[in-house]
Design a protein around this ligand. Structure first.
Ligand SMILES: CCCC/C=C\CC(=O)SCCNC(=O)CCNC(=O)[C@H](O)C(C)(C)COP(=O)(O)OP(=O)(O)OC[C@H]1O[C@@H](n2cnc3c(N)ncnc32)[C@H](O)[C@@H]1OP(=O)(O)O
Length: 243
């Protein structure tokens, strides 16, 4: 699945809806046993949640948007397919979450590309299921430090921390992703799927059990004037950076 929503593959409601529909189609296709996620936008895997969906909108819109974000994560983290992220660009916040939610992450070894859960830098807080996914990948200590600081890690640092599994030159990315996929698909599906479910079930169940509470938390948090102000300032900063 190639993300193609220029300029930065931000995860808008439309993007997330299409992502979920595409994933469901693949999940229901018995011929399809694995998916590689990558980007068709140069230098960007995904810039994370579309900030404009969380700024200046109604409470109803925030709730609808957050349910879609939850749905995307539930489907991807709970997927029966082998999922490989071929990260060919920067991947902050929600973009990093997509990579973390896959079974395996390969990143292009470009020192300009960054990845991480930088929510704290925007004055917002990653919800417990982002945190759980991160902890399950890199361990508690690395996740705690990285989340509190809202760190964006270079590709080589992300590799050192275990946030990504492998680094490759850009030209080798697709070949490597295909080789990893072949390795994972060589196992019997039922054994791999049951093992995956055993490893991820507690974290998935936790969100399912608290889904509406999590929506309400998000809506209450994001609609606070102080948070809206932080997001507006962040968007301004992004725009100024260009001038
Ligand atoms: C309780 C809440 C929990 C929420 C959980 C998760 C939150 C998130 O995912 S929030 C999103 C966090 N994302 C970021 O912090 C990334 C911000 N973007 C960047 O750092 C850079 O844009 C990036 C490195 C991705 C790419 O840099 P450039 O190639 O130099 O592009 P520009 O910065 O010029 O951006 C082009 C254009 O896109 C707009 N943009 C960028 N990111 C987003 C985004 N996430 N949402 C909406 N819009 C975004 C940027 O403002 C530019 O717009 P224009 O100026 O109008 O062209």
């Amino acid at each position: 699945m190639k993300f193609k929503s220029p300029p930065v593959n931000s995860l808008s409601l439309d993007f997330i809806t299409e992502f979920c529909i595409g994933l469901e189609k693949l999940e229901n296709n018995r011929e399809c046993r694995g998916v590689i996620f990558t980007s068709a936008v140069p230098n960007i895997f995904s810039s994370g949640l579309d900030i404009t969906e969380m700024c200046g909108k109604s409470m109803e819109h925030y709730a609808e948007f957050w349910r879609a974000v939850q749905e995307m994560w539930l489907r991807l983290y709970g997927s029966n397919m082998v999922t490989v992220a071929a990260v060919n660009g920067s991947s902050p916040a929600g973009g990093c979450l997509i990579a973390l939610t896959c079974d395996y992450r390969i990143m292009v070894e470009n020192p300009k590309f960054v990845i991480g859960l930088n929510e704290a830098q925007l004055g917002i807080v990653a919800p417990f299921w982002f945190k759980d996914t991160f902890v399950n990948t890199v361990g508690h200590r690395v996740a705690e430090r990285s989340l509190q600081l809202g760190s964006l890690h270079s590709a080589s640092e992300a590799h050192r921390l275990g946030l990504v599994d492998e680094l490759v030159p850009e030209v080798k990315l697709q070949e490597k992703a295909a080789a990893v996929m072949a390795q994972w698909l060589a196992l019997p599906d039922h054994a791999r799927q049951l093992t995956k479910s055993m490893m991820r079930k507690a974290v998935l169940d936790r969100l399912v059990a608290h889904r509406e509470e999590d929506v309400q938390n998000f809506v209450n948090f994001i609609s606070k004037e102080s948070i809206q102000k932080s997001l507006r300032m962040y968007m301004e900063m992004l725009k100024k950076k260009k001038r």
